[in-house]
Design a protein around this ligand. Structure first.
Ligand SMILES: [Zn+2]
Length: 204
């Protein structure tokens, strides 16, 4: 029998896991054979984490989670495309996930590349260009607000990503409107390991 957490409880559980990780007291829950066996037929993750692909941002590790806890979607610079939206909508409609997490981090390479493309006017080659194009609006907003540090741009990009999700997906906005799901935007500090809240949409 599935038990679904409220958005507020899901956010609390995630926060507590990150606090354990920051303090060096991770419990490594839900990683044994019995947990694995219990999940063969079904999954009921309590959060969907949409974050940057950066190797230092391993979602289950930094929130001290295990198998079946989080549905994870990651692209460089957490840029949104149709497959990302489809994955997030799947987690909402099929898995009834109550919390959508947008996870950016300081010194992000994709945001740094976008900052340099905007400053020099030189776009990167190949499909890296489509990452940069999707991050450019966030970098431009940050610059307009006189935020020139890459980590400030990361925070702006997390906020805009959260808003864009709610704006572009009717499935997500409907879930937010009737309280089934909420969105939190987090910015992760590589040295400390802390994921700080920078934005929230919906009732938490
Ligand atoms: Zn990154």
């Amino acid at each position: 029998m599935a038990t679904y957490l409220t958005p507020a409880l899901a956010w609390r559980r995630l926060r507590e896991g990150n606090e354990r990780f920051v303090a060096g007291h991770s419990l490594h829950p839900n990683q044994d054979a019995s947990r694995r066996n219990s999940l063969v037929e079904d999954q009921h993750p309590f959060a969907v984490i949409f974050g940057c692909s950066d190797s230092r941002l391993a979602a289950e590790i930094i929130f001290d989670l295990g198998l079946g806890d989080a549905f994870v979607v990651r692209t460089a610079g957490q840029v949104i495309d149709d497959a990302v939206l489809g994955s997030l909508e799947y987690s909402i409609t099929e898995l009834h996930v109550p919390l959508i997490v947008i996870l950016g981090h300081d010194s992000c390479g994709a945001v740094t590349a976008t900052k340099s493309a905007v400053e020099t006017g030189e776009m990167p080659a190949g499909f890296i260009r489509s990452l940069v194009e999707r991050i450019t609006p966030s970098v431009l907003t940050a610059m307009r607000n006189e935020q020139t540090d890459v980590n400030e741009m990361v925070v702006e990009h997390v906020k805009q990503t959260a808003r864009r999700l709610a704006d572009s997906s009717r499935v997500i906005s409907a879930a937010i409107d009737d309280g089934r799901a909420a969105v939190v935007g987090l910015s992760y500090k590589l040295d400390e390991g802390r994921a700080a809240l920078v934005s929230g949409i919906g009732k938490l």
